[in-house]
Design a protein around this ligand. Structure first.
Ligand code: 6PG
Length: 470
């Protein structure tokens, strides 16, 4: 039998995505490097088995597809994707399409798109978010590549995607690496959001001395309000879970060393390259890196003590909730600014509001706030700042005193809140009509004659350093 689409790589994400495609009524040809994995997968697919066409070789896979062919690759990002592309390319005909659905570095997607285009093949870089559950029942999908080739598989992609009031959480964002870049920034925001939630947890644990289950119950309440989101929801569940082996709270037996596969770091690196600095995302990446220095932290605790020092008055629970909300908005502000900067630089014409819409369901950062963000962006952001939007000014003004109390309390208590404090520093910088870089400019001119602009006009001026005026 013939399938309209093929999928290579039956790991957790690939297997679930295949079942999702099959369930939506599209026959899908499936291939895994280890043939027994393919057999086992098809054998355990139950009633969806009829829609799966197992292939044992790349040749079988290609032969199982209707033309023009479309093959999704869902293998580990990096070298393995290139290896599959290299194996597949000689078997494909002009007009066929390869879709990389992994967490690719968008620079790789740009390179692969150009290389395949030169051979008459189409390449789609497709960011997929939502983990295992999302892949199976409806992920959020961010597509980049030739729009005409995307059009030929759009019905399948939209069918398998999550829906927000019937609107598919799948969109084509621009050429080559645009989709993977949107996914990368999604992950950067994911890092910031996770970090901020973890920082609030830390203050409630080490400052307010609450048990994980109590914090979880509080998060459960927050998940019914403006903070309603997947990450708050799962944090509430995680904090209330018990380790079956020891009977202790699950989080208490998990080593405090966070891993990262790279997307958060890529967001920060690309941002810096583009002259941006999404400080909340950078802080979240830093916090994970610092966490991995466990031995150094233990040594630091020995030398300086790790107990919270006596701090200011503990903020209230509503303070913590409002602080998290405002800081989260700053993280998105920075994320959208980065998307805009990349869109301008690479000439992608990214629809930022559409990104917010596609993130409303299915993905890891889905939240109630995203619908409001989408409409705020649609109506135009003053100075490209989400936090300046008329839709959010009241929320920011209301929540800021709480963010100040929380960050102030944390620093007075010696409890680290890198992402929350960076959100506040960014906000305060962006409302400062006169900053302090006048001095930086003077310093640069003093030691390097770099020149400066004068407030009363003109560039390229120099100070009286070294002359009689000093
Ligand atoms: C998603 C997730 C998913 C994965 C990331 C993050 O959107 O479904 O972002 O892609 O969890 O790879 O992983 P790290 O935290 O390991 O960087």
């Amino acid at each position: 039998s013939q399938a309209r689409i093929g999928l290579i790589g039956l790991g957790v994400m690939g297997a679930n995505l295949s079942l999702n495609i099959a369930e939506k009524g599209f026959p899908v040809a499936v291939f895994n490097r280890t043939g027994s994995v393919t057999d086992d997968f098809v054998a355990s697919a139950g009633e969806l088995r009829d829609k799966l066409v197992p292939a044992k070789t790349y040749e079988d896979l290609v032969a199982a597809l209707t033309t023009p062919r479309a093959v999704i690759i869902m293998v580990q990002a990096g070298g393995p994707v290139d290896a599959v592309i290299d194996a597949l390319t000689p078997l494909l005909d002009e007009g066929d399409m390869i879709i990389d659905a992994g967490n690719a570095d968008f620079h790789d997607s740009r390179r692969r798109e150009a290389a395949l285009r030169a051979k008459g093949l189409n390449f789609i870089g497709m960011g997929v978010s939502g983990g295992e559950e999302g892949a199976r029942h409806g992920p959020s999908i961010m597509v980049g590549g030739n729009p005409a080739s995307y059009e030929t598989i759009r019905d399948i992609i939209e069918a398998i995607s999550a829906k927000h009031d019937g609107d598919p959480c799948a969109a084509h964002f621009g050429p080559d690496g645009a989709g993977h870049f949107v996914k990368t920034v999604h992950n950067g925001i994911e890092y910031a959001d996770m970090q901020m939630i973890a920082e609030i947890y830390g203050l409630l644990r080490d400052g307010a001395h609450k048990a994980p289950a109590e914090i979880g119950a509080l998060f459960e309440c927050w998940d019914k309000g403006p903070l309603k989101s997947y990450l708050v929801e799962i944090s509430a569940k995680v904090l209330q879970a018990i380790d079956p082996g020891t009977g202790k709270p699950m989080v208490d037996v998990i080593v405090d060393r966070a891993g990262q596969k790279g997307t958060g770091r890529w967001t920060a690196i690309e941002a810096l390259t583009l002259g941006q600095s999404p400080s909340t995302i950078e802080a979240a990446v830093a916090a994970r890196s610092w966490s991995s220095a466990k031995d150094a932290r233990l040594a630091g605790a020995d030398i300086f003590g790790s107990e919270p020092v006596s701090g200011l008055t503990l903020p209230t629970e509503p303070d913590f909730e409002s602080a998290l909300l405002v800081a989260k908005l700053v993280a998105y502000d920075q994320g959208f600014k980065l998307l805009k900067a990349a869109s301008d630089h690479y000439d992608w014409g990214l629809d930022l509001a559409r990104a917010a819409e596609v993130w409303r369901e299915g993905c890891i950062i889905r939240s109630a706030l995203l619908d409001d963000m989408a409409s705020a962006i649609r109506s135009g952001l003053p100075q490209e700042q989400l936090i300046f939007s008329a839709d959010f000014v009241a929320l920011v003004k209301n929540g800021l005193p709480a963010l100040r109390r929380v960050v102030g309390y944390a620093s007075a208590s010696g409890l680290p809140v890198p992402a929350l404090s960076n959100a506040l520093a960014y906000f305060d910088t962006m409302r400062q009509a006169r900053g302090t870089t006048d001095l930086i400019q003077a310093q640069r001119d003093f030691f390097g004659a770099h020149g400066f602009e004068r407030t009363d006009g003109g560039a390229g001026h120099h100070g009286p350093w070294g002359s009689g005026a000093l």
